[in-house]
Design a protein around this ligand. Structure first.
Ligand SMILES: [Zn+2]
Ligand SMILES: [Zn+2]
Length: 289
């Protein structure tokens, strides 16, 4: 465990065999037995796009991570408490990190700047285990790491914070599937495939719901929980219609840049383009509330 905390980047590598076996089984069940809906099927172009995006995300995460860890170490000097890591402090860290994850994820849907990075994860109209790899290489540049700063200030050692972030991300692999309907009583407390399918839905009632990482309690606490009732229509309201990883990564950044630099806007309007909720069904609905 200590070794893994010292080398947190290995965590996802070590989990890779589990990821591969799960994908193989899901592909087999969906393809050979036809038990899964078409949106769960493995389409070669889509899956390879997801895997390339996962690789690019890892690459920028590791390189920019070298700078971010220095910032964390610098901030760690201002920590409020000296925390010795053990079982109870590790569980407290996981809980606190999951709470921060909820707010990171909520901001990623409600602030255009962060949505520009996060929309990559949502732009697939399929849902299977390979969707978990569909991440944006822009996360570290967009400032995802800012959301874990409170954990460092509280006094959790920076390497443990990084480890908890990656562990949370790794655990979320299992919720990207249509193979598992639900986990029974487990769904009351924890995020599950059913809750996360809702999160990936573009049905009006499913938009901007279920932001949870590991625990679903945050959504229930902050009124963003929605159960899976109607069949989920996967994707975003402004489809990307591409399996080119570069296009998928930068589609929303391009749109935002175009609107930011449009002629005749005041600076107030330009800043609004960056900080307001993304335009689309999502924001229209919420503005009408
Ligand atoms: Zn999301
Ligand atoms: Zn997801």
């Amino acid at each position: 465990m200590e070794w893994l905390v010292e080398h947190p980047d290995w965590l996802l590598m070590l989990l890779a065999p589990v990821f591969i076996v799960c994908m193989g089984l899901e592909w087999y069940v969906g393809r050979r037995h036809g038990k899964l809906p078409t949106s769960a099927h493995y389409r070669w172009q889509e899956v390879s796009c997801n895997l390339v995006l996962g690789g690019l995300h890892q690459l920028t995460d590791i390189t920019v991570g070298l700078v971010v860890i220095q910032i964390y170490l610098w901030l760690f000097d201002w920590r409020l408490f000296d925390i010795t890591m053990g079982v109870s402090s590790f569980l407290a860290l996981m809980l606190a990190q999951d709470f921060c994850y909820y707010w990171f994820h909520r901001a990623s849907h409600r602030v255009r700047w962060w949505w520009a990075a996060h929309s990559t994860h949502h732009s697939s109209e399929s849902m299977n285990f390979s969707t978990a790899f569909r991440q944006s290489l822009m996360y570290p540049f967009a400032g995802m790491w800012l959301f874990w700063v409170p954990l460092v200030i509280i006094g959790f050692p920076p390497k443990w914070v990084v480890f908890s972030v990656l562990l949370n991300l790794g655990l979320q692999f299992i919720i990207h599937t249509q193979w598992i309907k639900n986990f029974g009583w487990f769904d009351c407390l924890f995020n599950s495939p059913s809750h996360h399918r809702v999160h990936h839905g573009r049905n009006p009632q499913y938009i901007d719901k279920n932001y949870a990482g590991v625990l679903i309690i945050w959504d229930k606490l902050f009124s963003t929980f929605e159960p899976e009732v109607a069949p989920v229509e996967f994707g975003i309201t402004k489809p990307v219609n591409s399996t080119n990883p570069i296009k998928v990564t930068f589609a929303e950044w391009q749109d935002m840049w175009r609107e930011f630099t449009a002629e005749g806007l005041s600076w107030r309007q330009r800043i609004a383009v960056i900080v307001q909720p993304p335009v689309g069904l999502s924001s229209q609905q919420n503005d009408n509330k």
